[in-house]
Design a protein around this ligand. Structure first.
Ligand SMILES: C[S@@+](CC[C@H](N)C(=O)[O-])C[C@H]1O[C@@H](n2cnc3c(N)ncnc32)[C@H](O)[C@@H]1O
Length: 238
């Protein structure tokens, strides 16, 4: 892969490739997404992170399954689930696609058009997500959202209803030295100087919350690139 947002020399004379590279570079990106022909969107973290996380989220469980990506932002995980054989993919977001955030739905739409037009999309806020509004899915991903919530248990109860089989949470974690299930509260900008970060749960807390909302089987994997983050793949009782 060439440097971010630029084309390989071999393709640089192709006007269509140059035009796409210009479109990609004109938009804001959270995800690094590979558009092919040497075009990589200039996201906030390396594509290696998103690929390593996706391998943990989807390994052995996504082929032939319906998939809901809650807080999809630019859609990396939605497109990756489809690439790995998900039968149906719904990408959902609101905050990152609204005026409240520097993100832009146009970035997701450009990637969808080029990578997987069959991926469905919905602009919907978390409290409005119910089985009636979005349906139920075999696999639900909730990556990078938990710690942004003012009322995480309320939201977890709500999104649990959207999953028929798997609920996958990726989150920032804290309170590692507390043996009981515990969460640290960040009243202002204590976490990463970001006022939208509210909570840091420990591993026991996330596992206990998942069990409480109907997912007794929980696999924990440390985040491959962040020591204070983790991935929980939780399965319903069959
Ligand atoms: C850190 S990004 C994670 C994006 C993607 N799921 C991933 O893992 O790469 C946080 C996502 O949570 C969504 N979100 C939902 N509710 C939010 C809230 N109240 N505050 C901040 N972000 C929120 C944002 O729109 C954004 O897509």
């Amino acid at each position: 892969m060439s440097s971010i947002g630029q084309t390989h020399d071999a393709n640089s004379a192709n006007p269509a490739v140059q035009q796409l590279a210009a479109q990609v570079n004109a938009l804001p990106w959270h995800h690094q997404i590979d558009f092919g022909n040497g075009i990589l969107s200039p996201g906030k973290a390396p594509i290696s992170l998103f690929r390593e996380q996706a391998e943990i989220y989807f390994r052995d469980i996504i082929t032939g399954k319906s998939f809901l990506d809650i807080g999809c932002w630019d859609g990396f995980n939605s497109f990756e689930a489809r690439r790995r054989g998900a039968s149906r993919v719904l990408a959902a977001d609101h905050f990152a696609w609204s005026d409240q955030c520097w993100g832009d739905r146009a970035s997701f739409e450009l990637a969808r058009k080029h990578l997987a037009p069959e991926v469905e999309a919905i602009d919907i806020d978390l409290p409005d997500m119910t089985p009636d509004t979005v349906g139920r899915f075999d696999v639900v991903l909730f990556a990078g959202v938990f710690y942004h919530l003012r009322h995480p248990f309320l939201v977890l109860e709500n999104i649990a209803r959207l999953s028929k089989e798997w609920l996958i949470i990726e989150t920032h974690m804290d309170a590692a030295n507390v043996p009981q299930p515990a969460m640290i509260f960040y009243p202002t900008t204590e976490l990463a100087n970001d006022p939208t970060n509210w909570w840091g749960p420990n591993r026991a807390c996330v596992e206990a919350m998942l069990r409480d909302v109907g997912f007794p089987h929980v696999e924990f994997t440390p985040n491959p690139q962040h020591p204070n983050r983790g991935i929980f793949r939780a399965k319903r009782q069959q």
